[in-house]
Design a protein around this ligand. Structure first.
Ligand code: F6R
Length: 365
């Protein structure tokens, strides 16, 4: 049932404040401003010297965001791999390491094979899964559910934000367990995370603006997405979402990589979506935007009021999100990114919920 939405994807985008609230509420004690230790079921973060996170597609991008969080909050080094590479690379896994696999369906062949590889190497495996009766859940030592409910649209939306919710909660729990976060830090972070559902609801009000921007994007052949820090994986996710449902060629890049190649592509026919909340590296991204503007590239900037004032570049279309702590920006900025892809696909007239050549669950490699 799509409710009063045209597509499951739209319905699932709109469900995010609620399902993200449920998922965060499962892993965090909002009232107490603490992590809920029972929810992570015995993972001993203090004894770990390394994490490896493995997944495919959108779930991999959730893992890539989490690398920044685990390294910053818990000083825990993270290897992040695409499952189809991890399973064949024959990398050594340290005895004090933990493997985390991330999968909506819990049936993705390469992710399952990675889980089995890690177990055969003697590691414990924690699975972040949406389908709790899945093979991946069954074969894992620790099961950390995302409470997204069934996701019907082939393009992942609410599963992604729920994966981020679990990973952010885990990173805070790890930081606490490893003594890198104080009680005060923990409380501040839990409070910030508890604001996400409200901020997501505000971000959903950007739909009309995203639809207007999508009307123009539906006319171009190529789009570039740029971001730094945790906005870099979000740039990759934005490009994936757009290409899979609109069939427009899109690429995501770390903004600092622009001058190492992709800048050669920039001209007036190449829109560039820049994801840049105002943070300590904002100025670096502004210089990348100046490089794009100087070559006639059209910029769509996703930022906040401070970012708008600080950017001071002409000919930028700006999408303004509320100000928020930098930890939580990936969860909130994903909303306009999803809406942009969704409306572009609707203008293109594609089968949004069942894009060509794609399956919801990829059980063969
Ligand atoms: C993109 C998308 C895919 C999946 C990937 C992993 O929107 O849906 O990239 O994220 O196939 O699937 P799961 O999470 O089921 O392992």
């Amino acid at each position: 049932d799509k409710g009063n939405h045209r597509h499951f994807m739209a319905k699932e985008i709109y469900e995010q404040p609620e399902v993200v609230g449920h998922t965060l509420g499962h892993y965090l004690d909002f009232a107490g401003g603490r992590c809920a230790p029972d929810a992570i079921g015995g993972i001993d973060f203090a004894s770990l010297d390394r994490l490896s996170i493995t997944a495919c597609g959108t779930a991999y991008y959730a893992g890539l965001v989490a690398k920044y969080w685990f390294e910053r909050f818990a000083r825990l080094p993270v290897d992040i791999d695409i499952a189809s590479e991890f399973r064949y690379r024959e990398q050594p896994l340290t005895p004090n390491g933990l493997s985390i696999v991330v999968s909506q369906s819990g049936e993705t062949a390469d992710t399952l094979a990675s889980l089995r590889y890690a177990k055969a190497e003697g590691q414990k495996v924690a699975a972040i899964v949406n389908v709790q009766e899945s093979t991946i859940a069954r074969e894992s030592d620790f099961v950390l559910p995302t409470l997204a409910g069934p996701e019907i649209g082939v393009a992942s939306t609410k599963a992604f934000s729920c994966q981020l919710s679990v990973l952010a909660s885990l990173a805070v729990a790890a930081g606490k367990a490893r003594g890198h976060l104080t009680d005060v830090d923990e409380e501040r972070l839990v409070r910030a995370l508890s604001e996400i559902p409200r901020l997501m609801s505000q971000a959903l009000r950007l739909e009309t603006q995203m639809e207007a921007l999508a009307r123009d994007l539906a006319k171009v052949q190529h789009i570039l997405y740029l971001g730094r820090g945790t906005s870099y994986p979000l740039a990759l996710e934005g490009a994936l979402k757009l290409k899979e449902i609109s069939y427009i060629h899109a690429e995501g890049y770390a903004a600092g990589e622009l001058k190492h190649g992709p800048i050669a592509l920039i001209d007036e026919n190449m829109p560039v979506v820049v994801i840049a909340p105002y943070d300590r590296i904002f100025d670096k991204t502004v210089s990348n935007m100046q490089e794009v503007a100087a070559r006639g590239g059209r910029i769509i900037l996703l930022t906040d009021p401070k970012g708008r004032d600080a950017a001071a570049i002409d000919a930028v279309e700006t999408v303004i999100l509320p100000e928020m702590p930098s930890t939580i920006t990936p969860l909130v900025y994903t909303i306009p990114i999803q809406l942009l892809a969704y409306h572009t696909a609707v203008f293109m007239g594609t089968d949004v919920d069942q894009p060509r050549n794609l399956a919801k669950s990829v059980t063969v490699e």
